[in-house]
Design a protein around this ligand. Sequence first.
Ligand SMILES: Nc1ncnc2c1ncn2[C@@H]1O[C@H](COP(=O)(O)OP(=O)(O)O)[C@@H](O)[C@H]1O
Ligand SMILES: [Mg+2]
Length: 282
Amino acid sequence: MSADEPTSPDEAPVDTPITEAAVDDQVTTADVAETVVSDDLDVVQPVLRAEHLVGGYVPEVDILRGCDLTAADGEIVVVVGPNGAGKSTLIKAIFGLITPREGRVYLRDADITGTPANRINGLGMSYVPQVNNVFPSLTIHENLQMGAAKRRKGMDARIEEMYELFPRLRERRRNRAEGLSGGERQMLAVARALMPQPSVLLLDEPSAGLAPKAVAEVFETVKRVNDSGVTIVMIEQNARAALAIANRGYVLEGGQNRFTGRGVDLLNDPHVAELYLGGAAD
Ligand SMILES: Nc1ncnc2c1ncn2[C@@H]1O[C@H](COP(=O)(O)OP(=O)(O)O)[C@@H](O)[C@H]1O
Ligand SMILES: [Mg+2]
């Protein structure tokens, strides 16, 4: 994969407004300038940085067309955008499940571009896919053991920490994962991903398909994990609720960044609200 000197055609001025014409262009493959709605979001030492990612699943079809994402230590970073925008693909490129054709991914100081997922897991970053993220026929306890992979040393103590963080999982430790509610299952998936003690956790739509009460539980879970010191990068369809807890948010469309800012600034941005949040909040 040649990623030296990526050409960067879309270094747009940060305050370029999105015009009507440009918005129309989003449905085609035209490049649209990224709008940065918060002016002081830069970080000197990001824990995770993806720069100008280009790539996809088959040769010559670029799903990502120059995506950037930054997470500072301890942040909750939320990625929203319409179906098919490339959100899941972005996370997969960050986690080494696809190799970008252009661009770089850095985890702290390490360039991890193209590093396979199983190795990234050992470098301090975990990923919870949207589906198939627990073993249904195994017990909760066994799922957590699987999450430790080869790290047997300290495993029991780490499982104990997970039970402290999620008492509900302790209560059901001998039950099979298939018997859990949707919200509990996501809790288990998160706990499993936390077993290797990552500093960064990538979550792909953890609240998808859940009832409102379970959605709220998932957001509580995310906040609790973040409070324990883990940086979160989360894709969400529940865009308002997610942006409300986000230090940093991205609106992705057509494989490109459309809007970037603090979560609250995105929520309050009339263009973002109109285009991606179903109108202004009441
Ligand atoms: N495994 C795959 N193989 C080929 N194309 C895929 C695959 N997964 C997703 N795509 C395509 O990539 C585009 C972006 O998908 P995705 O990243 O899943 O979007 P989002 O998560 O924003 O809904 C879509 O056009 C989708 O059809
Ligand atoms: Mg997706």
